[in-house]
Design a protein around this ligand. Structure first.
Ligand code: ADP
Length: 466
């Protein structure tokens, strides 16, 4: 992996190095100031001790000053009374400190330079309890303290950049290690194409930030994969369903074209072609509705509607079909049952449910449509039939697109497996849900449940759900 100056790794390293440099420079300046102060303090203490020793020697009189000059610990000292020199140590004279001191009058903090170039620190004490008052001066060389300070400064100036550089390299390596999961995620993400949507990003540690990001991304990938698969299935199912009636029309037409048939049979051929065309039209209508539903561009006009009224209308609309099959259709609906919904979508959902009940219930069976208000203030429309029922393993799938329990039978009845999918969408888009209660061999109940308008309904009398 190449690292550019704009990479997170590089930016992290530079920020870390900059922060470290600021801290380390402040620390170094503190150390330097502390060493300077401590050396100065040490020198002034030595000078104070020296002045005390000189004062004592002067007061003791005799050869005491010479004694400490030649054998004592004080090297540079000078004793005067007014303008007259009383004593100066050999080292003081030899280094011409009186001249140097006079030349540097006004220099700060007692620092001055001997003609030889050697730096000195001087302190002066005026002994006033003597007559005349005596001025004592003691000096100390600053060569060694200054050398020590220089060593500290050089160590810091050389050591700090090296330390910061080494720390930056360490930071770069650590940042690389910390960002390694991102590198792995990026490499894997590059490999995931539309054909490889089943692959997932690596999750090194699900509890850290990158792990959580990869997990969330994997969830999104999972959903994309699922809808991609659903779309593929839908496209292949749809083209299959479209091809079947087209093939039927073509083969019926070809047979009629190549054979001389009596006019009665031509009518039959045209009739069967029209039947297949109806089937195609229905299928295309359903597909169009589902596509609109998927793209959320279908218009849903919700208004206050009486669903009991819609249920009664749907019952009357399909009564003829039930009668053709000698089925007993009963409709129980206490009006009005108001809901906030799109009446056209609700009507279509109920038509699909009742149409299925009539299609799949054998002749002379019983079908009941009932609209009522549940104790939970929900509006319920039930379509119950005495048909073959739906086995538990199919119940989960009957609302899927193009799903048919018995494909051969459904085809006979003209079903393509979209009716329940459409009904489910139509109810859900209106804020409701569809429930299925069924057992193989003992009929089915499809229940449409919609949020009721409790406040509106409480003032009126309705049918009660059993
Ligand atoms: P279709 O157009 O095939 O009826 P649907 O989506 O309406 O498609 O129904 C899906 C499948 O569910 C049907 O093929 C059928 O097998 C089953 N089904 C639906 N309603 C009933 C019912 N009332 N009784 C028994 N089976 C049903």
């Amino acid at each position: 992996m190449t690292t550019s100056w704009h990479s997170v790794r590089m930016r992290l390293t530079l920020s870390y190095a900059a922060a470290l440099a600021v801290v380390v420079v402040l620390f170094a300046a503190g150390v330097y100031a502390l060493v300077t102060w401590s050396l100065h303090r040490q020198s002034t203490q030595q000078l104070d001790d020296a002045l005390r020793a000189v004062e004592q020697a002067y007061k003791d009189g005799g050869d005491e000053l010479e004694e400490i000059d030649h054998h004592g610990s004080v090297t540079f000292f000078h004793v005067s009374a007014g303008d007259s020199l009383l004593y100066q140590s050999d080292a003081w004279r030899h280094n011409q400190l009186s001249t140097a001191l006079a030349n540097s009058a006004g220099s700060q903090g007692g620092h001055f330079q001997a003609p030889s170039g050697e730096p000195f620190l001087v302190r002066t004490l005026v002994v006033r309890d003597l007559a005349p008052p005596v001025t004592l001066s003691a000096a100390i060389s600053q060569r060694l303290p200054r050398q020590s300070l220089q060593t500290v400064a050089i160590t810091l100036l050389v050591g700090l950049p090296v330390a910061i550089f080494v720390a930056a390299i360490g930071g770069y390596w650590l940042a690389g290690r910390a960002l390694a999961p991102v590198t792995a995620i990026t490499a894997k993400a590059r490999d995931i194409t539309a054909e490889r949507l089943s692959e997932r990003l690596p999750v090194a540690n699900p509890d850290d930030e990158f792990g959580q990001l990869a997990t969330v991304f994997n969830d999104v990938l999972g959903r994309v994969h699922e809808s991609f698969e659903r779309l593929k299935r839908f496209t292949s199912d749809a083209s299959h369903e479209l091809r079947t009636p087209l093939t039927a029309i073509r083969s019926v037409g070809e047979v009629a074209l190549h054979n001389h048939l009596p006019s009665e049979q031509y009518r039959e051929v045209i009739g069967s072609m029209l039947e297949e065309t109806d089937r195609l039209t229905r299928l295309l209508d359903n597909l169009l509705t589902l596509t609109r539903a998927d793209n959320a561009c279908g218009t849903v006009c919700r208004e206050r509607v009486d669903i009991a009224d819609i249920a009664l209308g749907v019952g009357e609309l399909l009564r003829g079909l039930a009668e053709e099959r000698d089925q007993k259709l009963t409709i129980e609906a206490a009006t009005p049952l108001h809901v906030e919904a799109d009446p056209n979508l609700l009507r279509q959902a109920l038509i699909n449910l009742l149409d299925n009940a009539i299609k799949y219930t054998p002749p002379e069976g019983a079908i009941r449509v009932m609209a009522c208000l549940s104790p939970q203030d929900e509006v319920v429309v039930e379509v119950t039939d005495s048909g073959p029922g739906i086995a538990p393993e199919h119940q989960r799938h009957v609302f899927d697109r193009f799903y048919r329990v018995d494909k051969a039978r459904a085809r006979e009845t003209g079903g393509v497996g979209l009716g329940l999918a459409l009904a489910k969408w139509a109810v859900e888009v209106n804020g409701g849900r569809i429930e299925l209660q069924s057992e193989a061999g003992s009929g089915s109940t499809f229940r449409v449940v919609l949020p009721g308008q409790a406040a509106l309904q409480r003032n009126q009398v309705f049918g009660e759900c059993s």
